[in-house]
Write a protein that binds this ligand. Structure first.
Ligand code: IPM
Ligand code: MG
Length: 357
């Protein structure tokens, strides 16, 4: 019996609803496969914890998480707590403290989900965006002086290190190499930003020599939005800085039909620390508690988690089950259906147990 310990942090808004759905799917996979077990421990960290304790998680939160095999994360953000507190109090300390430097965001048009692109169908858009997740524009480097005065200055400095760029580039080339098309697009803005971005281009060139079988090209981020929209089939694996990939992954999610189904993995490729898996959608207060949150992103990221844990068969079975259910039109209102979170979850559980999935 292979056993994995998972720390669940459902946190805010619809986080608890979609993580509960995901845990149900994991349990059902374990029953179906018989030789794997998930022991899930749930932590009540997040905005409610902040209101009570003045911090999003306990001071020894990272030490507690470190002993788990993976972290399954819901969403953070609450109307009455500033966003930079919820973010820098929980999610970013985990990403940065555990050096989860590769943020991996697959995008596909799932069966039954319609892309807003007129001619795009299932198979026309199959990308993985690799987002640098430890530095760049999110390095947290900057400050404000002369606050409130007319001469106030605010700086937000992007940090690019050779080590940081090299390791994300290697990760992206390796991922591209593992996919059938072996195709990588490196995104920068090195025409206007002539220091760190030019270094990105140079390092991409150097790292590419280690992967002679990967075809790669370079795109400026603005032109990339056009290519994603007009020639989605020309792209496969994409690597970009923290901020560029943040923006491009929203576009990718929208083009694939819904941000509600998009997953993300925050990975420490060296496996020194647990990696963290989460849906991209935020806490979504407008639908919190209504029972209609789309659990697909939460299933998809659970599938990424299974892959990372080495459970490729379970991972593939979960995605086949999800695609069977979306293909059958059992979807939540955000993607045009009428099903509830519970309906979709029950259908996925049934598909996991059916013999033709
Ligand atoms: C994402 C989100 C976050 C980010 C927000 C919530 C800060 O947009 O995961 O893409 O920019 O990293
Ligand atoms: Mg984003």
């Amino acid at each position: 019996m292979r056993e994995y310990s998972i720390a669940a942090i459902p946190a805010d808004g619809i986080g608890p609803e979609v993580i509960a759905a995901g845990v149900t799917a994991l349990e059902s996979l374990a029953r179906r496969l018989g030789d794997v077990k998930f022991s899930v421990e749930t932590f009540d960290w997040g905005s409610a914890y902040y209101r009570k304790h003045g911090a999003m998680m306990p001071a020894d939160g990272l030490a507690t998480l470190k002993k788990f095999d993976a972290i399954y994360f819901g969403a953070v953000g609450a109307p009455d707590v500033p966003d930079h507190i919820t973010l820098w109090g929980l999610r970013l300390p985990i990403c940065q403290g555990f050096d989860q430097y590769a943020n991996v965001r697959p995008t596909r048009i799932l069966p039954g989900i319609t892309s807003p692109l007129r001619h795009a169908e299932v198979g026309d858009l199959d990308w993985v965006i690799v987002r640098e997740n430890s530095e760049g524009e999110y390095a947290g480097c900057g400050g404000r002086v002369h606050r409130g005065l007319p001469e106030e200055v605010g700086t937000e400095v992007a940090i690019f290190t050779r080590v940081g760029v090299q390791r994300i580039m290697r990760y992206a080339f390796r991922l591209a190499q593992s996919r059938p098309r072996k195709l990588l697009t490196v995104v920068t803005k090195s025409n206007a930003q002539r220091h760190g971005m030019v270094m990105w281009d140079e390092i991409a060139e150097q790292v590419s020599k280690e992967f002679p079988d990967v075809t790669w090209d370079k795109m400026l981020v603005d032109a990339m939005t056009v290519r994603m929209t007009l020639k989605p089939q020309s792209l496969d694996t994409i690597v970009a800085t923290n901020l560029h990939a943040d923006i491009l992954s929203d576009l990718a999610g929208a083009l694939a039909g819904s941000l509600g189904v998009a997953p993300t993995a925050n990975i420490d490729p060296e496996r020194r620390f647990p990696s963290m898996f989460e849906p991209i959608h935020g806490s979504a207060f407008d639908i919190t508690g209504k029972g209609i949150a789309n659990p697909v992103a939460s299933f998809w990221t659970a599938s990424q988690m299974l892959d990372h844990l080495g459970e490729a068969e379970a991972s593939a079975r979960l995605m086949r089950a999800v695609e069977k259910v979306t293909g059958a039109g059992i979807t939540t209102p955000d993607v045009g259906g009428t099903a509830t979170t519970k309906d979709v979850t029950a259908a996925v559980v049934e598909a996991i147990h059916s013999s033709n999935v």
